[in-house]
Design a protein around this ligand. Structure first.
Ligand code: NAD
Length: 509
């Protein structure tokens, strides 16, 4: 059995903890590797390595840093297929989808390659007579990233390229369910010329996370995962004086108006609900069908859901793979059952799907649940599986009210031909990322990614300009170089300058 170790100080490290986690192949249902689960001592070693590396990396020039970033970009690009295969084998998603996630991660690396421009400060000449003011930003120190299973390559890349480009060092605690992609990423950073200790990986679960949150050597924590854990990370990290951004779960609604082309909308809804088996924080899990749109929409979506090709992620014919673990499958199947029990209509029931040759895999088929009401568990819970709930609403305003009553505020979309309705929607919904006839509106790397309400704790969104701001702190310098005159007195040289000092609070002159 292959053992996945930590990566500390530039090399694979077994660590001291004896705890081990199982890594499954979700398509076959078999264990394929074991991963070491780090404890406080392993976290201490990684933070120590990162803290010593910070002493030199934080002093490296922008040219030195960008040289490494450009090399890293080339290596990740060249190894996209290898990364995608590692992701697919441990997560279960189809290879084309895994390649897509690596591509979106690469875009953040490319954004970080522009760090010299992003870190340019401000300069105000002559704010007072003979006085200038300028600002610049400096790195924080050791930054930690704690990431979820559903994007094992992309979500960490939302963090470490930006943090490292800003001059910080990094300790990544990836999901223990699909840890291998992070190890290849560590090798690629090293091959790109990143000094040892700047990027470290500690595997583990709550024990390693708590050690990171409590370690005085960690300056900032970026977290992406479920809402209860995000809230906990934010509370414990900030109580320990750290800067924390904690992105949580989601329940993304797509509102479909009667004037939307139903074929177009249903194609996109099916892809957004069942792509990656619904295990995306930006997946559409609730369709809000307004007025007359409902019957036609449910019929179209159901027909397309039945046609989705479900199979192992490695099979190029598969459009949707298994879910990540047996426990995830059982939870999703249970929630589908609760929908039927609480009075919803199972238009398409994905329970009991068996994939030939992969009978032990963790598969759930695409599921469409109609006549869902907000008090049902399928609506209230983040199912995180291939389940689309359809809620019916009378008007655009009722649809917007539904979106806003939901505790989550990650992403949402509207399908319509009306610019007026779309504009009203974009202004009135309390959601961070909005799509207009675009079901999964994940912002490009040069914008920032983040939700509202229970989808984000902290004030900075991730990557893009807010990422640079999160990973740096500002200095503002007020400077004066007085004109000095020298005179000779008794053989000694005496320097004087007009002082103009006064006892009132400084004001510009
Ligand atoms: P999770 O919250 O279970 O785990 C996330 C990380 O937290 C992992 O590294 C895990 O080891 C750690 N963790 C788990 N339990 C912990 C505990 N009790 N104490 C401390 N640390 C703990 O999430 P997941 O199941 O891996 O990922 C799916 C969730 O992530 C979904 O809710 C999804 O919506 C969310 N997500 C959100 C975004 C976003 O951008 N908002 C992006 C991707 C995923």
């Amino acid at each position: 059995m292959r053992t996945i170790t930590h990566w500390i100080g530039g090399k694979p490290t077994p660590g001291t903890s004896t705890r081990i986690g199982q890594v499954w192949n979700p398509a076959t249902g078999e264990q394929q590797a074991e991963v070491v689960l780090g404890g406080a001592e392993d976290v201490r070693a990684a933070v120590h390595a990162a803290a010593s590396a910070f002493e030199t990396w934080s002093q490296s020039s922008l040219s030195q840093r960008t040289k490494v970033l450009f090399a890293f970009r080339e290596l990740v690009n060249a190894r996209t297929q290898d990364l995608a295969e590692l992701v697919s084998d441990e997560h279960g998603k189809v290879i084309s989808d895994a390649r897509g996630e690596v591509q979106r991660g690469l875009e953040v690396i490319e954004f970080a390659c522009g760090i010299p421009t992003l870190l340019k400060g401000d300069y105000s000449d002559q704010v007072s007579t003979g006085v200038d003011v300028f600002s610049f930003r400096q790195p924080l120190g050791v930054c930690a990233g704690i990431t979820p299973f559903n994007f094992p390559a992309m979500v960490p890349m939302w963090m470490h390229p930006v943090a490292i480009a800003c001059g910080n060092t990094f300790v990544l605690k990836p999901s223990e369910r699909d840890p291998s992609a992070s190890m290849l990423v560590a090798e690629l950073w090293a091959a790109a010329g990143l000094p040892d200790g700047v990027f470290n990986v500690v595997h583990g679960d709550k024990e390693a996370v708590d050690a990171l949150l409590d370690d005085a050597g960690v300056a900032a924590v970026s977290f992406v995962g479920s809402t209860p854990i995000a809230r906990y990370i934010h509370e414990r990290g900030t109580a320990n004086g750290k800067r924390v951004q904690a992105l949580g779960g989601a329940k993304n609604h797509a509102v479909v108006l009667p004037d939307a082309p139903i074929d177009f909308a249903s194609d996109h809804l099916v892809a957004a609900a069942f792509g990656s088996a619904g295990e995306r924080c930006m997946a559409i899990s609730a369709a809000v069908a307004v007025g007359d749109a409902a019957d036609e929409l449910v019929a179209a979506v159901s027909e397309k859901a039945r046609a989705v090709k479900v199979g192992p992620g490695r099979d190029s014919d598969s459009e949707m793979g298994p879910v990540v673990t047996a426990a995830a499958r059982d939870r999703i199947v249970g929630l589908i059952g609760s929908g039927a029990a609480q009075g919803a209509t199972l238009a398409v029931d994905g329970r009991g799907l068996s994939v030939s040759g992969y009978e032990n895999g963790f598969f759930v088929g695409p599921t469409v649940i109609d006549d869902v009401r907000p008090n049902m568990d399928v609506y209230r819970e983040e199912i995180f599986g291939p389940v689309l709930s359809v809620v019916r609403a009378d008007s655009v305003d009722a649809a917007i009210a539904l979106v806003n009553a939901n505790p989550y505020g990650n992403g949402t979309a509207i399908f319509t031909s009306s610019g007026e309705a779309a504009r009203r929607f974009q202004r009135d919904v309390n959601v961070g990322m909005i799509g207009i006839n675009v079901p999964i509106p994940v912002p490009m790397a040069y914008y920032s990614f983040g939700g509202w309400k229970d989808s984000l704790f902290g004030d900075k969104h991730i990557h893009g300009p807010e990422g640079v701001s999160f990973y740096t702190r500002a200095k503002v310098v007020t400077s004066r170089w007085p004109h000095v005159t020298s005179r000779s007195e008794g053989g000694a040289s005496i320097d004087t300058a007009a002082s103009g000092a006064s006892y009132h609070f400084p004001t510009a002159t």
